[in-house]
Ligand binder design. Structure first.
Ligand code: XIL
Length: 299
C-alpha cells in the first residue's frame, strides 16, 4: 500500500483523521489529508457550542465545510459529538434538571436531522466517566439530570437517524485493568442486556506518560467486541510518536475483527492539540515521520 487509507482498506478498515476547518486552505495540510485518509472527524466543528450557539438556533457553517470537503473527496465522516460535559455553549452550561435534559434531546435531534442518512457513525456520548479508581460517572450538569441521561441520549439518537451507528467514546479506557475501563464495559454490557441502542465504543487512545499504551489494549478491544459492539480507535496520538507503539496499536486493531477503523487526532505535529508532544505521523513541514512508516508497514 502507498497510503494509510489504502493499507487499512486492504483489511476492510478505514483510516481517518481529525480535521480543523480553518486549516483546509493550507494546501500542504489539505493535500496530506486528502491523500492519506478516507475518513474524517471534525476536531471541533460538530461539537455542541459550534452547532447550537444559541438555544434552538443551529449553525452548521463550519461543520458543513468539513462535511462537504470530505464527501466531495469520497471520504466517510464520523460525527463528533452530541452529548458531552465539555464545549457546551454558555446557555447550556446555565441549564439544569428537566430543561437541560430537554435541551440535550433537542440538540441530538437537531444535529442528526441535518445529517440524517449522511453520517454513518456518531459519537453520541463523550467522556461520561470519572478518571481514577472510583469507576463512577463523571460529575457534570448532564449527570446531575439523572443516571439515565446516557441511555436517553442513545435512544434519542437511534430515533433521529436509524441508519447511523451509535458510539460511546472515552479516553483512558484502553487499559483492561483500569477501573474506568471496567465501568464503561459494565455500562455497555448493561445496555446490550436491556436493549439500549449502542453499536460501538470509541477508544480515544491519547497515549502519553500519564496514560501509556497498555500491552493489554488488544484484550480490551476483544472484550468489548465480545459484548456485541464494534470498537474503533477514534483519536489516536502518542507522545513522542514512538514507531513501535504506533505499530502495536495498528496490530491490535487488525487482530480484532470488530475493530473497524483507526483515526489519528490531527495531520501534522503542528496541528495537534498537544503539539508540544510531537505525537502525530507527519512533522510540522508535512514530512512523513518514522511512525508513519511503522504504521504503513503494520497495515
Ligand atoms: C480537543 C480538540 O483537539 C481541541 O482543539 C479543543 O480545544 C479541545 O478538544 N477528547 C475529545 C476531543 O473527544 O473532542 C478533544 O478535542 C480531545 C479529547
Amino acid at each position: 500500500a502507498s497510503t494509510l487509507a489504502e493499507g487499512a482498506a486492504q483489511h476492510g478498515r478505514y483510516f481517518g483523521v481529525a480535521i480543523a476547518a480553518n486549516r483546509l486552505n493550507d494546501s500542504v495540510y489539505a493535500n496530506i489529508a486528502n491523500r492519506e485518509f478516507n475518513s474524517v472527524t471534525a476536531e471541533n466543528e460538530m461539537k455542541i457550542d459550534a452547532t447550537e450557539p444559541q438555544p434552538g438556533q443551529f449553525n452548521f457553517y463550519q461543520a458543513d465545510q468539513i462535511f462537504n470537503w470530505a464527501r466531495q473527496r469520497g471520504k466517510q465522516v464520523r460525527g463528533h459529538t452530541l452529548a458531552w460535559h465539555s464545549q457546551q455553549p454558555q446557555w447550556m452550561q446555565n441549564l439544569s434538571g428537566q430543561a437541560l435534559r430537554q435541551a440535550m434531546i433537542n440538540h441530538i435531534q437537531g444535529v442528526m436531522a441535518h445529517y440524517r442518512g449522511q453520517i454513518p457513525i456518531w459519537d453520541v456520548v463523550n467522556e461520561a466517566f470519572e478518571d481514577g479508581n472510583s469507576g463512577r460517572r463523571r460529575d457534570s450538569n448532564l449527570q446531575r439530570t439523572g443516571d439515565d441521561w446516557i441511555e436517553v441520549a442513545f435512544r434519542t439518537a437511534r430515533q433521529a437517524d436509524p441508519s447511523a451507528k451509535l458510539c460511546y467514546n472515552d479516553y483512558n479506557i484502553e487499559n483492561w485493568n483500569a477501573a474506568k475501563t471496567q465501568a464503561v464495559y459494565n455500562m455497555v454490557r448493561d445496555f446490550k442486556a436491556r436493549g439500549v441502542p449502542i453499536d460501538c465504543v470509541g477508544f480515544q487512545s491519547h497515549f502519553n506518560s500519564g496514560n501509556p499504551y497498555p500491552s493489554n489494549f488488544r484484550t480490551t478491544l476483544q472484550q468489548f467486541a465480545a459484548l456485541g459492539v464494534d470498537v474503533e480507535i477514534t483519536e489516536l496520538d502518542i507522545e513522542g510518536a514512538p514507531p513501535q507503539t504506533y505499530a502495536n496499536v495498528i496490530r491490535d486493531c487488525l487482530a480484532v475483527p470488530r475493530c473497524t477503523g483507526i483515526t489519528v487526532w490531527g495531520v501534522r505535529d503542528s496541528d495537534s492539540w498537544r503539539s508540544y508532544q510531537n505525537p502525530l505521523l507527519f512533522d510540522g513541514n508535512g514530512n512523513k515521520k518514522q511512525a508513519y512508516y511503522a504504521v504503513l508497514d503494520a497495515l
